[in-house]
Design a protein around this ligand. Structure first.
Ligand code: AKG
Ligand code: FE2
Length: 347
């Protein structure tokens, strides 16, 4: 009985003041951070080419298993991303992968992935330095252990650790709220009501990852959408940029995604061949729109993703979608028009 928690409509009634200027290169920086997070999560072993990337219609074979890449150490983002420059590309081609695995190999040739890391913009670099210098916030005095050589690894690890405490708190809250819910899959905000507890956690989480979303006003975030998947449930390939550029809240620039349990199927980035494994407190940030497309809403083509079918256990997670403009003011005004087109399985 496959299903996906349905996104509820969000509010929008008037155009809020633009915060466009505050983004600068934030989306590009977010791509960098997402790469760093992914690189810090995954290992140095070169994965085989993914065999189950979606086809051009976004379909993913039901039976195939996602390539879950895990190990200690760090893979370079380039290694994890595929692309023409992938070190194993020639080897794969020579061994017949182009015929066996045309979706991945063809895509890799058409859309070489550019994970070159530009310098962090000054505001992000400052936020990151401050985060590095701040005393660790969390969890039994434990210091985050950094297995990655990247200079920004410590702050990312700390953000992850801090998020862990928040995630546990959030899950507790979620379960309390779930008592009367039949489905139990959309428990945070529907864009028209506000829960002060969840809101407080949102604020803290926003501060928890200052280097990730520096310069983005908290008002630009939607409310956490809490997800619950039972065995057999999934959410097939889609893109999170579902908000028209002409709406008051503008496009969804980022997704901040936090796992609230260790169980369940991962989040698979179908164009990148990367699967993030759920772990309580683990968070991933990815951009849905590049800087150049903030005003058109064109989707960042590399961040299509899916929730892999949960085989056992119950998966809890939370989405926080962050817009180009103030989302909360129009939302509080009380109207809830649909955000935009539903791109489930859409490209
Ligand atoms: O559950 C997941 O891993 C991803 C969920 C997702 O992509 C979404 O709700 O938009
Ligand atoms: Fe999504």
């Amino acid at each position: 009985m496959p299903s996906k928690p349905k996104a509820k409509p969000a509010a929008a009634t008037r155009r809020a003041s633009s915060s466009f200027a505050r983004y600068g290169n934030a989306a590009a920086a977010a791509a960098v951070v997402a790469a760093a997070v992914m690189a810090s999560l995954y290992g140095s072993t070169l994965p085989p080419p993914p065999t189950n990337v979606s086809d051009s219609a976004g379909r993913v074979p039901e039976s195939s298993e996602p390539p879950v890449i895990r190990a200690e150490g760090a893979a370079s983002a380039e290694q994890a991303s595929g692309g023409d420059e992938h070190p194993a590309c020639g080897e794969w081609a020579a061994s017949g992968e182009c015929e066996r695995n045309p979706a991945y190999m063809g895509k890799a040739q058409r859309v070489p992935v550019d994970w070159s890391l530009p310098e962090l913009p000054p505001d992000l670099a400052t936020a990151q330095r401050e985060s590095d210098e701040a005393p660790p916030r969390a969890a039994g005095g434990a210091r985050p252990r950094c297995v990655d050589e990247r200079p920004d690894c410590a702050s990312l690890a700390r953000a992850n650790l801090s998020a862990c405490g928040e995630a546990a708190f959030m899950l507790q809250r979620l379960l309390a709220m779930a008592r009367d819910e039949e489905e139990g899959d959309q428990l945070a905000e529907d864009g028209c009501t506000r829960d002060p507890t969840i809101d407080a956690v949102t604020k803290r989480m926003t501060r928890t990852a200052p280097a990730w979303i520096a310069g983005v006003p908290e008002e630009n975030a939607e409310y956490f959408q809490i997800l619950k998947y039972e065995p057999g449930q999934f959410y097939r390939t889609h893109h999170d940029q579902q908000s028209a550029h002409w709406t008051p809240q503008g496009v969804r620039v980022y997704t901040f995604f936090v796992y609230l349990s260790d169980a369940g199927g991962g989040t698979r980035f179908t164009d990148l061949g990367i699967t993030v494994t759920p772990k309580l407190g683990r968070a991933v940030l990815w951009p849905s729109v590049l800087d150049s497309d903030l005003l058109t809403g064109e989707r960042e083509p590399k961040t299509h993703h899916e929730a892999v079918t949960v085989e056992a256990g119950v998966k809890y997670a939370a989405n926080l979608w962050i817009h180009l403009y103030d989302f909360k003011s129009p939302s509080r005004a009380g109207e809830c028009p649909f955000l935009g087109q539903n791109t489930h399985n859409g490209r």
